[in-house]
Design a protein around this ligand. Structure first.
Ligand code: TXA
Ligand code: MG
Length: 356
């Protein structure tokens, strides 16, 4: 049975970080308990990454399938060595260029990494986060921190401490509140243990960006072709799902405006007042008439805003009791488009209309 905690939420000011709160959080981690903490991507649900019992608690608190491995978070590059069998030249290149940052690398694991972290596999995922609070916590804990996103399994990842609290209140002793995450979608996961470097999960770092360092890198087939077996277990689960039924429209602003208007009319006809419609639209989109809940995802020319707002918008729709979400998506070949659409497609269970 999981202990019922009186979860403590502790605000950490980035200018003058509260060392005592970070020390308390580190103490919980060393005792084998869970602490949620901010990173530059999304909030993590941390456990001592070398303590199998502690890592097991992550799966219980999230309701996470046991075959989905965890990322180990470190606070300095020299902490990689003991966790891996070997570093290759590609690892070195990406670590030097892009760490600390929103990039997770897959290595052959060493013996000290518990099976529960790797889901019994021979590889381990490692990330050196850019967020200073995250690094301070890892350093204070004196151990790598295993951390998935701090949401209940299947729900949108949390990008604020309040979103973490929605899912984790009573399940963990402490949440460190570092404000809203800067990026808002999870790290790019890159596998360097296969014959060719592969992107297993697109994120802030896109294929184009990573090709500057590793020209041979490509997207895993599991991301492109839905019938291929994914190399990353996380790809196969229902993910980022709001409670509402969601549809995504990709096309010009005008095409999206008219598709949204048509879809709203159809929903009204089918469900009448019972449909509570949520709209997630670009600044450039028309605001439709009626009582729909409208959230702006930013300008179509500023996809960082869209990445930043996506998960919090989905959670806001849940809070407001929205039953149907109509969202404007982007083309995969735009900057960040692939990463954002990877999340949106899953949120909408593949319900994406490409408007011509
Ligand atoms: O930005 C992030 O990566 C956030 C923050 C907290 O760091 N963490 C995160 O963790 O998104 P999680 O558990 O929600 O997603 C980890 C992904 C999953 O898709 C998992 O299957 C994959 O990484 N993964 C972990 N270890 C792996 C391994 N050894 N081989 C292949 N994929 C792995
Ligand atoms: Mg996750």
């Amino acid at each position: 049975m999981m202990a019922a905690w009186d979860t403590r939420l502790e605000r950490i000011d980035r200018e003058t970080p509260n060392a005592e709160a970070i020390a308390d959080a580190a103490k919980w981690l060393r005792q084998g308990e869970l602490v949620a903490f901010p990173t530059e991507t999304v909030y993590g649900l941390g456990a001592d990454g070398l303590n199998p019992k502690a890592c097991q608690r992550i799966f219980e608190a999230k309701g996470r399938p046991a075959d989905n491995p965890l990322i180990l978070h470190i606070s300095a590059v020299d902490q990689v060595k003991p966790l891996v069998r070997a570093l290759n030249a590609d690892h070195e290149r990406l670590m030097n260029a892009l760490w600390p940052g929103p990039l997770t690398l897959i290595f052959e694991r060493s013996r000290i990494v518990p099976d529960v972290v790797t889901a019994g596999g021979s590889t381990v995922a490692i990330r050196l986060p850019g967020d200073e609070i995250a690094r301070a916590l890892i350093t204070a804990a004196g151990t790598p921190i295993a951390a998935p996103s701090a949401n209940l399994s299947g729900r949108p990842s949390p990008t604020t401490a309040q979103a973490v609290a929605e899912d984790m209140n009573g399940r963990i002793p402490m949440i460190l509140d570092g404000g809203a995450c800067g990026i808002g979608i999870e790290s790019t996961v890159v596998d360097l243990t296969a014959e060719a470097p592969l992107i297993l999960r697109p994120g802030f770092y896109t294929l184009t960006k990573l090709r500057e360092y590793l020209p041979a890198i490509r997207m895993d087939r599991g991301l492109v072709d839905t019938s291929a077996t994914p190399r990353s277990p996380g790809q196969k689960y229902r993910h980022y799902a709001p409670k509402a039924e969601m549809r995504v429209f990709v096309g010009s602003i005008e095409a999206i405006d008219s598709a949204v208007a048509d879809a709203m009319a159809a929903l009204r006809q089918m469900h009448g007042k019972a449909a509570r419609i949520g709209l997630l639209l670009f600044d450039e989109n028309r605001a439709p008439q009626g009582d729909a809940v409208l959230i702006r995802e930013g300008s179509i020319t500023a996809l960082e805003d869209m990445a930043h707002r996506l998960f919090s918008a989905l959670r806001e729709f849940d809070r407001l009791g929205v039953t149907h979400i109509l969202a404007a998506g982007v083309a995969d070949d735009s900057a960040l488009g692939q990463s954002i659409m990877n999340r949106m497609r899953k949120s909408a269970s593949g319900n994406v209309d490409m408007l011509s």
